[in-house]
Write a protein of this length. Structure first.
Length: 258
């Protein structure tokens, strides 16, 4: 299997191998070769070579029934990833307290390229609530957490990043830039119905701990139905989220961020 650039500074073979692994999930524990071709959108011969290579490393395996499954080598990676991204108990308890205080779902986000990823969550106590899960990858083109993350970027790096996101998502880069600038100036951001109609979010950055800067910038957000994000509640939400973010900076974040 040849190793070539993907045109964006990466290695195409690695990206394609990751496409194969991402085709599996809780509802797709095993797949046929044809299903892998359909899920990845890659040529059949390419998928076949990738499966053979991944099987050689123990990352996938072929059963007697001809179906392909994730391999035992992923057990080690899964255990390591869980340890690296586990939120300290005291910080998780603080997030749960914020969920009880505001009545909304509390989430921690980091930027991963042109996406934002949920690295931790405390669900709302309400049955009608904002639903995201740790590991979910969401757009950076809209939403309070996205704008705060963008606002944390150095001015010289923010514009090129916004242009990349806008090109991929088809949104107005000027509007994104204005929202990010406003979030940077205020130190928080609230949005309504941007990512999903009827859903609102309010986000603020988590300060760097006293011991030194974090490896990535982290944002704390609350999200829920717009009907509960009324103007009279916003100041209280801002205060509660910022206070919680300061506490989490002291109680700790996942080890992978240091």
């Amino acid at each position: 299997m040849s190793v070539t650039s993907d045109g964006g500074g990466g290695i195409r073979a690695v990206s394609r191998a990751w496409q194969v692994l991402r085709a599996f999930g809780p509802e797709r524990m095993s797949l046929t070769l044809n299903e892998l071709v359909r899920e990845t959108g890659l040529p059949r011969t390419t998928v076949l070579r990738l499966v053979e290579t991944l099987a050689g490393e123990g990352l996938v395996e072929s059963g007697a029934d001809g179906r392909i499954r994730v391999g035992t080598s992923l057990i080690t990676f899964a255990a390591f990833a869980e340890a690296a991204w586990t939120i300290p108990a005291a910080s998780l308890a603080r997030m749960r307290a914020l969920a009880e205080e505001t009545g909304e779902t509390v989430s921690l986000y980091v930027r991963e390229g042109v996406r934002r990823v949920v690295i931790g969550q405390a669900p709302s106590p309400s049955t009608l609530r904002h639903v995201v899960e740790p590991g979910d990858s969401l757009t950076m083109s809209v939403g309070s957490a996205a704008y705060v993350l963008l606002g944390l970027e150095p001015a010289g790096e923010r514009r090129p990043l916004i242009d990349r996101i806008a090109e991929e998502s088809g949104v107005d880069p000027a509007a994104m830039g204005a929202e990010a600038e406003a979030a940077a100036m205020r130190g928080w951001c609230v949005t309504h119905g941007m990512r999903e109609a009827g859903n609102s979010g309010l986000a603020a950055p988590v300060p760097s701990p006293a011991g030194g800067p974090l490896a990535r910038r982290v944002v704390l957000a609350v999200g829920g139905p717009t009907v509960r994000f009324t103007e009279d509640k916003i100041p209280g939400f801002v205060h509660a989220v910022q206070r919680c973010a300061e506490d989490i900076a002291r109680t700790g974040l996942p080890p992978a961020l240091y």
